[in-house]
Write a protein that binds this ligand. Structure first.
Ligand code: ACM
Length: 525
């Protein structure tokens, strides 16, 4: 048993067992436990997709196909994938409740509460993966992937271990700006794969800004036709078609990641005003803008076209995106009186609520009265007074923490770093990791913090290598802040576990930053 079991984020319970490892062999079979379920078509069983992932994972590592079975062959050496009963009545996660749980009831009591909980038990004679929901099973598959060891002789083994795990926060996200620089679907899939690998469950896409509009909406075809061709500085742009959007959503869902789309209003709207002149008092389209200033563009409450626009774009977005949340932006509107700002944010929120969705907004919306209960207020500029957050939470809002000085992963690692900005300071591995979400905003009511979301703004980030260089290793650290119990977090321990992750990123061919705060060379044994 090695000293370091490189699972990130740290599980609630991880007990190495002093016993021989599980060795993947030609006889290895993945068994979907369908016991107790009325299953006519095993392929349609809700545990089957996770079992397919396990068979694929083990087969690819071992270099041969691994069989999938729907009945226990009754011989040692199988990997059992099982959904337990006892699904909670309501989802604790951000989005739809988990699929109905089925199973035979054994061992359900040993799982922690919540629909993302899972358990992985590895012994020489077999592996058991249990959860209440498909999302929980996907987390278990990820843990198994991180435990897997490929040996120099070509063998593949998993150390004997017992993992019992569940997340601290229901919302563990990354906000990605695809407006300043477009991120193509293949590149986006790499980012989504990383989210899944670190058990992050929300991809918040910042789809619109002054520079560009990136999602084709049926009611407003001119948005992408006129305002998506470029990125900051005249770099190439692009947009997502409805078919691209479905592909992104499906790819994310299979990895336990939900997409929260953002249309940013009532500021950051030059791309919309360039496409539709009716959004401007003089009726004329604005010029394309490819710089990186903020705060200059704005909608106008007294133009009827504004309200039709808000109803159309948020209606389309809600219809195109399953999931409970739609983000209305609301940040950095520097040229508007508070009353007009409040009216426009309420109009956007009403358009979202009309489709049965919950509103998310950047921290400025905390000042707006009359937002629907349960609205999520996203902190980003941590230089501000906590009082409006406390007041909003007391009115029923939930708080999502994205403090710039901690989790804005577009901040430079240090002053000499070639990529990124530095308005919120420099963010090294330790800064992203060593902070406590419950202490960030003193005075919040208990339970007000819904989670933690990293952010990656792309003013200076042009390529997939740029994105992953900023994400890795800091995204793994933020994921641990959001997932792991405070007593399970320790920077020295994290850096030891991350050593194996650096090797994994290298094997995938990802660019990443060898932070001097990490330990990237495995000790020679
Ligand atoms: C933001 O960084 N303007 C939300």
């Amino acid at each position: 048993m090695p000293d370091v079991v490189p699972v990130v984020p740290a599980p609630l319970v991880l007990e190495p067992v002093d016993a021989p490892p599980y060795v993947v062999s030609a006889a290895t079979t993945v068994v979907v436990a369908t016991t107790g379920a009325a299953v006519d078509d095993p392929a349609a069983h809700p545990a089957t997709p996770a079992a397919v992932l396990v068979a694929d994972l083990l087969g690819r590592a071992a270099g041969h196909a691994v069989r999938l079975a729907f009945e226990d062959p009754g011989v040692p050496g199988a990997v059992h994938v099982r959904l337990l009963p006892d699904a909670p009545a309501a989802s604790t996660g951000p989005g739809a409740p988990g699929a109905g749980a089925v199973g035979d009831g054994r061992d359900a009591d040993a799982l922690p509460p919540g629909d993302e909980a899972y358990r992985v038990v590895v012994a020489a004679d077999g592996v058991r993966l249990d959860a209440r929901t498909p999302e929980g099973l996907v987390h278990g598959v990820v843990t198994l992937r991180q435990l897997l060891r490929e040996l120099p002789d070509g063998g593949v083994e998993v150390p004997a271990v017992r993992v019992v795990d569940a997340p601290r926060y229901a919302w563990r996200g990354l906000s990605l700006d695809v407006a300043r620089h477009f991120v193509s679907v293949p590149d986006l899939k790499v980012v989504i794969g990383l989210l899944g690998h670190y058990k992050l469950n929300v991809l918040h896409l910042h789809l619109t800004d002054d520079q560009a509009w990136r999602l084709d909406l049926p009611s407003r075809p001119e948005l992408v036709r006129r305002s998506s061709a470029h990125s900051v500085g005249g770099d190439p742009g692009g947009h997502y078609s409805a078919a691209d959007w479905d592909e992104i959503l499906t790819f994310a869902q299979a990895r336990g990641v939900r997409v929260v789309p953002e249309i940013d209003v009532p500021g950051h709207v030059n791309a919309a005003q360039h496409a539709y002149g009716e959004l401007n008092p003089d009726g004329r389209p604005t010029d394309e803008y490819l710089g990186i200033e903020v705060g200059f563009s704005r909608l106008h409450d007294d133009l009827p076209a504004t309200h039709a626009f808000l109803a159309d774009v948020f209606g389309d977005l809600a219809r195109m995106t399953p999931g409970a949340y739609v983000h209305v932006g609301g940040d950095e509107v520097l040229t508007m009186a508070p009353e007009e700002y409040a009216r426009l944010v309420r109009a956007a929120a009403d358009a979202v609520a009309a489709h049965g969705r919950t509103v998310v907004g950047w921290q400025e919306v905390a000042h707006v009265d009359g937002l629907p209960p349960g609205t999520v207020v996203q902190l980003w500029d941590d230089r501000v007074d906590p009082a409006p957050f406390v007041a909003a939470a007391e009115r029923g809002a939930r708080i999502l923490l994205s403090p710039g000085s901690r989790v804005y992963l577009d901040m430079k690692y240090d002053a000499d770093f070639p990529l990124g900005l530095e308005w919120a300071g420099h963010v090294e591995l330790r800064d992203a990791y060593a902070w406590e979400p419950e202490e960030f905003l003193p005075g919040l009511p208990e339970g007000a913090v819904i989670g933690v979301e990293a952010a990656l703004w792309t003013e200076t980030l042009r390529t997939l290598d740029d994105l992953t260089t900023m994400l890795l290793p800091r995204l793994a650290a933020v994921a641990e802040v959001a997932w792991s119990a405070p007593e399970r977090r320790d920077l020295a321990d994290l850096t030891r576990r991350l050593t194996a992750h650096g090797a994994y990123w290298d094997r995938l061919g990802l660019a990443w930053y060898r932070s001097p705060q990490g330990v990237w060379d495995a000790p020679v044994s």
